[in-house]
Design a protein around this ligand. Structure first.
Ligand code: CTP
Ligand code: MG
Length: 221
C-alpha cells in the first residue's frame, strides 16, 4: 500500500508567543519542523510526504527538506486558516491511486516508527481510521465558567494524538464536507459513520503548545 504522510505545520503558534510560526521555532539546532519531517522521511512505512506550511514559509519548508536530504517530500503547500483547512490543502496534492493517508501535527515532533506501525496495521483489518490515544491521568470536570457542574467518568475517555491513519477514500469524503469545529481528522470521519480504532498513544507525542512543552521536548531529544 502506498502511504502518504500529510505533515500539518501551518499554525501560527500564538500560545508559544514567538515571532516566527511554531514550525520554525528552534528545537535543538534546527527548526522544530525538521524533527518530524526527518522522522517521517526516514520511516520505512512512509512513501511520500506533503507539508502544509504557513503562508510565506512554503519555500523555507522545501529548503529544510533539501538540507535534511528528505527525498520523500514531494510538496510544500500553503496551509489554511484552520488545521482542517491545512489538511485539506495537503490532501489535494495526494494522487488518486494512493491508498493511505497518515496525518501528523508538526507540533508533535517526536513521532516514532512504532506508533506509525500501530496506526497503520488496523487499516488492513477493515478499519476506516486509526488514532493513537492516551488514557487521562487527571479527574475530568465539566464546568460552566468557574463553577464545577459535574465529574466525567474518565474510564471511557482517551486523549487523541497524531499520527492518525485513514484509508484515502474515507479521508477525502470526510474533507469534502463542512470542516467547522474539527480539531482532528478522526472527528470528521466519525461524523460520517466511519469506524475508527484507537491504539496505544505515546507520552512523548506531546503537542508543543507552550514554552514549557518546547523545553520538555528539547530535553527528550
Ligand atoms: N495547524 C495548521 N494550520 C492551521 C492551524 C494549525 O497546519 N491553520 C497545525 C499546526 O501547525 C500544528 C497542528 O496543526 O502542527 C496543531 O495545531 P496547534 O498545536 O494549535 O498549533 P498552532 O495553531 O500553531 O498554535 P496556536 O493555536 O497556539 O496558535
Ligand atoms: Mg492552533
Amino acid at each position: 500500500m502506498s502511504v502518504w504522510a500529510l505533515l500539518v505545520a501551518a499554525g501560527a503558534g500564538e500560545r508559544l508567543g514567538e515571532e516566527r510560526p511554531k514550525a520554525f521555532v528552534r528545537l535543538g539546532d534546527l527548526p522544530l519542523l525538521a524533527e518530524p519531517l526527518r522522522r517521517l522521511d526516514e520511516s520505512g512505512w512512509v512513501d511520500a510526504v506533503v507539508v502544509a506550511a504557513p503562508p510565506g514559509w512554503e519555500e523555507p519548508a522545501i529548503l529544510l527538506a533539501e538540507e535534511l536530504s528528505a527525498t520523500k517530500v514531494v510538496a510544500s503547500v500553503t496551509g489554511g486558516a484552520t488545521r482542517a483547512e491545512s489538511v485539506r490543502a495537503a490532501l489535494a496534492e495526494v494522487p488518486e491511486d494512493a491508498l493511505v493517508a497518515l496525518v501528523h501535527d508538526a507540533a508533535r515532533p517526536l513521532v516514532s516508527d512504532e506508533v506509525v506501525e500501530r496506526v497503520l496495521a488496523p487499516l488492513a483489518e477493515g478499519w476506516d481510521g486509526v488514532v493513537p490515544g492516551l488514557p487521562l491521568a487527571d479527574t475530568v470536570k465539566r464546568v460552566e465558567g468557574d463553577t464545577v457542574v459535574g465529574t466525567v467518568d474518565r474510564a471511557g475517555l482517551v486523549a487523541a494524538q497524531t499520527p492518525q491513519a485513514f484509508l484515502l477514500p474515507t479521508l477525502r469524503a470526510a474533507y469534502a464536507g463542512d470542516l467547522d469545529g474539527a480539531t482532528d481528522c478522526s472527528s470528521l470521519v466519525e461524523a460520517r459513520g466511519g469506524r475508527v480504532k484507537v491504539v496505544a498513544g505515546d507520552p512523548r507525542l506531546v503537542k508543543v503548545t507552550t514554552q514549557a512543552d518546547l523545553e520538555l521536548v528539547a530535553s527528550w531529544l
